[in-house]
Design a protein around this ligand. Structure first.
Ligand code: SAM
Length: 251
C-alpha cells in the first residue's frame, strides 16, 4: 500500500507547502503561504469562476476551490518554457534537469490527494485570451510571484484583464524590492534584477506594482497587505505585497 508520505516523495521538489488529507506530512514546499491565505482571500467564494495564473503545485488554486470557487489554473508545460533571461538559460535548463524538476507533477499529486476538480490548462499568460481557456471569463483571478519572471509584466496584466468579466477582481501577490520601497515610497521604480537572480527580470517597489496595474487598465486599485515575507528556503526568501484591482465595469 502507498503511504501518504510516499506519494509526496514521488515529487523530488515541491514549490508549495500544502496540507493534504489522509494523514502524513504537508508537502515540503520551498515557500509556505498557509499563514497568509485567510487574510488575502474571502472566506466564501461560492458561485464564482476563478483563475489561478502560474499555479505551480496549485496552492492558491486549491485555496480558491476550498472556499467554493470553480477554478481554472494555468501554467506552462515545461519549466524552460518560461521567459528566462537568455544569458542564464543554459545553466537553468541543466539545473532543472539535474534536480528532476517537472512542472505539473506536484500539482497532479496534490490534486489527486485533495480530490480536487481544479482544471489545469497549459497556457502562457502572454498568450492568455478567453479563447485560450475555453471561451471563459472569470469573476476572480489570482496572480502570485510571476511578474518578476517576465520581460513584459504589463502585457501579462492586460491579458489577465481581458479574461475577467466587467468589474471582475484581480488579487495580485507579487515580489517587491523592500529597499526601493523604503528608499522611494512614492516613486515607481523597478530594479533590473537579472544579474542578482537568474530567474528574474524586474523587481518593482510597491509604488511601481500599483502603477503596473494602472498602466494595464485596472481600476479600484488597492493595496491589501503590508510587505509580507512567508517562510521559505533561503534562496527563495523574498518580500511580497498584495493588491486588489478590478477590470473596468464597462470595457
Ligand atoms: C514562482 S512560481 C509562483 C507560483 C504561485 N503562483 C504562487 O504565487 O505561489 C511561478 C509560476 O509561474 C509559472 N510561469 C512562469 N512564466 C509563466 C508564463 N509565461 N505563463 C504562465 N505561467 C508562467 C511558473 O511555471 C510557475 O508555476
Amino acid at each position: 500500500m502507498t503511504t501518504p508520505n510516499a506519494t509526496i516523495d514521488a515529487n523530488p521538489a515541491w514549490y508549495h507547502t500544502i496540507d493534504l488529507p489522509g494523514g502524513g506530512d504537508p508537502t515540503p514546499g520551498h515557500v509556505d503561504w498557509r499563514g497568509h491565505s485567510a487574510r488575502l482571500l474571502d472566506r466564501d467564494l461560492h458561485g464564482l469562476h476563478a483563475l489561478d495564473v502560474g499555479t505551480y503545485d496549485g496552492f492558491w488554486a486549491f485555496e480558491l476551490e476550498r472556499r467554493g470557487a470553480e477554478v481554472v489554473a494555468i501554467d506552462l508545460d515545461r519549466l524552460d518554457a518560461a521567459a528566462w533571461p537568455p544569458v542564464h538559460r543554459a545553466r537553468l535548463t541543466a539545473d532543472a534537469d539535474a534536480f528532476g524538476l517537472e512542472l505539473g507533477r506536484g500539482f497532479r499529486i496534490a490534486h489527486r490527494r485533495l480530490g480536487s476538480r481544479v482544471q489545469r490548462v497549459v497556457c502562457d499568460v502572454l498568450a492568455l485570451t478567453p479563447d485560450a481557456v475555453g471561451g471563459r471569463r472569470f469573476d476572480l483571478a489570482f496572480l502570485g510571484a510571476l511578474l518578476l519572471h517576465l520581460r513584459d509584466p504589463i502585457r501579462a496584466l492586460e491579458n489577465i484583464r481581458s479574461v475577467l468579466v466587467p468589474g471582475g477582481r484581480l488579487i495580485m501577490l507579487e515580489a517587491i524590492s523592500l529597499t526601493e520601497t523604503v528608499r522611494a515610497p512614492r516613486t515607481p521604480l523597478a530594479r533590473f534584477d537579472t544579474a542578482a537572480n537568474a530567474f528574474n527580470w524586474w523587481l518593482p517597489n510597491v509604488a511601481a506594482l500599483h502603477d503596473y496595474l494602472w498602466a494595464a487598465g485596472f481600476v479600484e486599485i488597492e493595496r491589501i497587505s503590508r510587505p509580507l515575507r512567508p517562510p521559505a528556503v533561503p534562496s527563495m526568501r523574498c518580500w511580497y505585497c498584495a493588491f486588489s484591482a478590478r477590470a473596468p465595469a464597462r470595457p
